[in-house]
Design a protein around this ligand. Structure first.
Ligand code: ADP
Length: 604
């Protein structure tokens, strides 16, 4: 009841008295709740507890002539129980419905398991154009034809020309294969379906095949269009290859892909583009005419290509004055389009963080370092360890400057990087070597000597007992290059024989038996001897070059410790000045090539 407020509730005896003295207007009895509700004449209201079978109040009220009513609690109780029961039933029903829906979903999923979910970009909505793809002119040229066909198929069908159904784009990752496929769809204004081949393959046999069917059905309904399958080697690998025999699911998927490619009529307007960087492992059936009959190589860009790609990505990013993209193209040999895009993006992020408005040289420099060497961490204090690292790196840097045919020094630094790199001497591969793909024996020998520079410097400066494991990465490189020189390029007295094939991949390739060597035990030993000899000669030569330049090394190390980083040009000018001094003082001339005594104690 309302209005009880803070007024004290009357006691039972008080209530009887109030009734008798005529202060109560009316009473309402609730037998079930064992209380009486009191309405006073002055407007107050109150509840007073009672026994269940209370007679006294009734009698007193009757005597005082106070009207008394009895509340019908049964109706209330009935409503309450109805409501609570109803709620319970409703809850049960809702639970049941939820359960039913769940199981229906599961059933649906099971039935629709095989349906593919290609990423579809509708007609005219692919924003990429050929002008966004740079540096791979030949590939673009070849694909123009596909665009022309998609735009006006009648022109080709009228004279009976057959347009390839499948085009295979082959090249290392990040060279723009996906971009190229999207550009074709964009130029021709047709829908673009894309899926990675790994998305076909599921745990259950048959799912992949049904996904392939589904993808082609969806594509045919939208012809003319482009289907792009990325990393086709995930399903297109040669059947029955690898350790442990074939993989049923993959083979079924591949069979279905082959069937679908046969199934769509020539010039149906569906063009299948696929990308891979392992064309050698693809099943021969995929490559026969009528399937992927066109094969386009998308290679890493050359210097001009890199410049063009940088310009494409610089279109949306303001470059500071004095930033020369052509210089940057020269400084990034071996970078793919994706690497270059990443370089500019990292530089843009750094620029934004430094609250500058345009990307300057410094930002690009820092971005390059971050990409190639990882995040910078705090510099080392000047300590014996730092000094040792400095000698090690100066060893590499000095040799790459001194040895003819070696790579050009870009910079040497003592700023450590995440992952335990204490410092590094970075070199730039010769553009010509890289672009031509031809590597000379002299170049490889020079690389061996430069790689040994760190160990040699430690030997010359600290002696054979103080050398560290810091050169382990270098020794790895030496062993790898040396082995390739002997077993693959015929650069050793063993003669012009290719004793090993490229790559050690066992279960990725076609035939794992092929990776077994085809030579005798004795040849194996001779190979080992030759590799050891190459390494030994490289170390000897490195020591022979460093020993007479000990003073120069000391000076360079001091300077490196003071400045932390020396650019290639500065380093070269310091070395040249010293060489001139040596010639003037008559101590130049090639240092004695006699092997150092210390070196003889180090087993490589
Ligand atoms: P792939 O498919 O060959 O692995 P992508 O086409 O996915 O490589 O390339 C990734 C990104 O790298 C692209 O989105 C683009 O920004 C950039 N890129 C790669 N190659 C080029 C190129 N030739 N021209 C312009 N940008 C490129």
């Amino acid at each position: 009841m309302d209005g009880e407020g803070a007024a004290p509730q009357p006691t039972y005896s008080q209530l009887l008295k109030d009734i008798r003295t005529g202060q109560v207007r009316e009473l309402e009895l609730s037998p079930r709740q064992r209380e009486v509700r009191v309405q006073f004449k002055d407007g107050r209201q109150a509840r007073v507890a009672m026994f269940s079978n209370e007679q006294q109040v009734l009698r007193t009220a009757e005597l005082a002539g106070v009207p008394l009513s009895v509340r019908d609690d049964r109706a209330d109780a009935a409503t309450a129980s109805l409501v609570s029961n109803g709620l319970l039933v409703l809850l049960l029903l809702a639970g049941l419905a939820l359960l039913l829906r769940r199981s229906a979903q599961v059933a649906n999923r099971a039935l629709g398991f095989g349906s593919s979910k290609p990423r579809l970009q509708a007609e005219g909505s692919v924003p990429v154009r050929f002008e966004d793809v740079a540096g791979i002119a030949e590939a673009k040229e070849e694909l123009q034809e596909v665009v022309a066909f998609l735009k006006a198929p009648e022109r080709y069908t009228a004279i009976g020309a057959r347009i390839p159904k499948g085009v295979l784009l082959v090249g290392p990752p990040g060279t723009g294969k996906t971009l190229l496929a999207r550009a074709i769809a964009g130029e021709a204004g047709v829908p673009f379906f894309s899926m990675a081949a790994s998305e076909f393959v599921e745990m259950f046999v048959g799912v992949g095949a049904s996904r392939v069917r589904d993808l082609f059905r969806k594509a045919k309904a939208k012809a003319p269009c482009i289907i792009f399958i990325d990393e086709i080697d995930a399903v297109g690998r040669q059947r029955g290859a690898g350790i442990g025999g074939g993989n049923d699911e993959r083979e079924q998927t591949l069979n279905q892909l082959l069937t679908e490619m046969d199934g769509f009529a020539e010039n149906s307007g569906v063009i299948l583009l696929a990308a891979t960087n392992r064309p050698d492992v693809l099943d021969a059936a995929l490559m026969r005419p009528g399937r992927f009959d066109r094969r386009i190589t998308v290679d890493l860009p050359d210097r001009r290509g890199r410049e063009a790609i940088l310009s494409v990505h610089a279109r949306t990013r303001p470059l500071g004055e004095g930033v020369s993209l052509s210089d940057w193209a020269s400084r990034t040999p071996g970078f793919s389009g994706a690497d270059l895009a990443n370089l500019l993006n990292e530089a843009a992020i750094l620029t934004a963080r430094r609250q500058q408005t345009s990307i300057d040289e410094q930002a690009l420099n820092d971005a390059l370092e971050r990409i190639t060497m990882g995040l910078a961490v705090a510099a080392l204090q000047d300590s014996a360890k730092k000094r040792l690292i400095a000698y090690h790196e100066v060893g590499h840097a000095l040799l790459t400057t001194l040895v003819p045919h070696a790579d050009r020094l870009d910079k040497v630094t003592l700023l450590p990087r995440a992952g335990g790199v204490g410092g590094f001497a970075r070199t730039m591969p010769d553009e010509e070597v890289l672009d031509s793909g031809l590597i000379s024996k002299a170049y490889l020998q020079a690389r061996l000597v430069v790689a040994m520079g760190g160990r040699a410097a430690e030997l010359v400066v600290f002696g054979p007992n103080e050398v560290t494991q810091g050169a382990s990465g270098d020794l790895d490189l030496v062993a790898r290059i040396g082995r390739e020189m002997v077993t693959r390029y015929g650069f050793s007295p063993l003669g012009p024989l290719a004793l090993e094939a490229e790559g050690p991949e066992v279960f990725l390739g076609r035939d794992w038996l092929r990776s077994q060597p085809h030579y005798s035990e004795e040849t194996a030993q001779r190979i080992d001897t030759q590799v050891r000899l190459l390494a030994r000669q490289a170390l000897d030569q490195a020591i022979a070059l460093l020993t007479p330049r000990r003073a120069l090394m000391d000076a360079l190390v001091e300077r490196l410790i003071a400045e932390e980083t020396l650019e290639g040009d500065t380093f070269r000018s310091l070395v040249e000045a010293d060489e001139r001094r040596r010639i003037a003082s008559g101590s130049a001339g090639e240092p004695s090539a006699e092997p150092d005594v210390k070196a003889a104690q180090v087993g490589v």
